[in-house]
Design a protein around this ligand. Structure first.
Ligand SMILES: [Zn+2]
Length: 169
């Protein structure tokens, strides 16, 4: 049986794309948000697309504060992250129609975290047989839909004050 949930492969690439700045810290330069594939930046949490996704629509949700452990989060941050996880799953379900999701955290390097200093949830949309059509080239998976295309599709749904679950609003 193959392990299907292996986001640490992507994390490896993520952590090696550039040295220096933490990719999960929003910083002060808002002009780079699109380039960084940031979908949402609130006062407590941030949602971005994984540039090296496991499947199309692979999202990363992190606290704005640079913290490594769940225990370091305030109650407000914990709740805000949970709300953004819920919202992200809702947006993905509505817009790209996956058949399932993997939602999880890799805490610490031994658990597979590539960027262990700044905790982040992975949300990976799944389809039956998705590992069959996604080609593996070395460590990089080729995703059928262009990442920018998915970004522009998802973006407006993260700008609304409230995402409507169900219905068409
Ligand atoms: Zn950080």
């Amino acid at each position: 049986m193959k392990t299907l949930w292996a986001p640490w492969r992507m994390e490896y690439i993520l952590s090696n794309q550039k040295g220096g700045d933490c990719i999960f810290c929003p910083g002060t330069d808002r002009g780079k948000d699109k380039e960084r594939l940031i979908l949402y930046l609130g006062s407590l949490s941030m949602v971005m697309m994984n540039r090296f996704p496991y499947t199309n629509g692979h999202l990363l949700i992190s606290p704005v504060r640079h913290v490594a452990d769940l225990e370091s989060l305030s109650e407000e941050e914990t709740i805000d992250l949970a709300i953004m996880v819920r919202r992200s799953v809702g947006v993905l379900r509505k817009l790209i129609g996956p058949e399932g999701f993997n939602v999880g955290l890799n805490l610490g390097r031994s658990a597979g975290a590539g960027v262990e200093e700044h905790l982040h949830y992975h949300i990976v949309p799944r389809w039956n047989g998705d590992t069959n059509y996604i080609t593996v080239l070395g460590e990089v998976r080729v995703i059928p839909e262009h990442i920018e295309e998915t970004y522009h599709k998802l973006f407006p749904y993260f700008q609304r004050p409230k995402f409507q679950f169900g219905g068409n609003k």
